[in-house]
Design a protein around this ligand. Sequence first.
Ligand SMILES: [Zn+2]
Ligand SMILES: [Zn+2]
Length: 329
Amino acid sequence: MSFNTTTPVDLYPTTDFSSLNWFEHQWVAWYVTIGNPIIATGLMSFLLHEIVYFGRALPWIIIDAIPYFRKWKLQANKVPTPAEQWECTKLVLFSHFTIELPTIWLFHPLAESIGMSTYQVPFPSLKTMAPQVAFFFFFEDLFHYLAHQMLHWGPLYKHIHKIHHKYSAPFGLAAEYAHPAEVMILGTGTILGPLLYCYFTRDFHIVTMYLWITLRLFQAIDAHSGYDFPWSLQHIVPFWSGAEHHDFHHMAFTNNFSTSFRWWDRIFGTDDKYLQYRARVKAAKASMKDASKEQQDAIEAKLMAEVEAEGIRAEAEAEGSAPKTLKVQ
Ligand SMILES: [Zn+2]
Ligand SMILES: [Zn+2]
């Protein structure tokens, strides 16, 4: 491997540098400095993943530490402790270095062999990237909806997906807290869309992949944050899943299998219990309009505890470890 031996002329013999924007200049400088496009791409991709993952999780760690935000916490009585967050970080880092690093490193030569651009400039326009990213969101969401239900099947749940369900009240860092096999299975939904797009169009730039990965990580971490603010995206875009949707999946162990959008759960009825629960909370609150805030919170906590107890039974059944007395209920 050779560092610092590449000149702009080697990689960019016909590029007009005067027409490039600031980001494209930095891009060229990175590839020229590293001197080896495969190493430069692999390193940048892994760094991007780490910086975005932990960078996006950090505000949620801070929010968890400030009691003021508790009023928007979906399961307010379950705030992760620093020890829990650290334990989660260790497994996430282990999986990043053992599973995601090699996958990221292999992805680029594979994608390049079917037509992906990496070091090349200029970048595609936002107008070109936006529909591609929209397709990746749609594809990943459908893939995840199906694969996630498969992971809830007894043997796969018991040996693989159970790790991700360790936290019945998730938090940002827990987005990728999962068995290595799950990281592989569900990660396929994230990279298969771009690979298929690349294969069929032969016109794809890795910077679009970076935009997609960044947005996808934001989606996953925010969905696990455990907070639903009045300004959360799902209140602006009603079919966006957000934390409110996925938090229920962790709390109740059932329903809401998709990632970004609510439509597949709605179409196939895998949000029935979630909708019933929401209706129950709404009705209880309406009937207690004049009650104190504490009384309203208490009734919500009671309904939550019921759903969670049902979830614990359902989980035990999925694992085949439900006591007989519970099974006949
Ligand atoms: Zn699950
Ligand atoms: Zn989850």
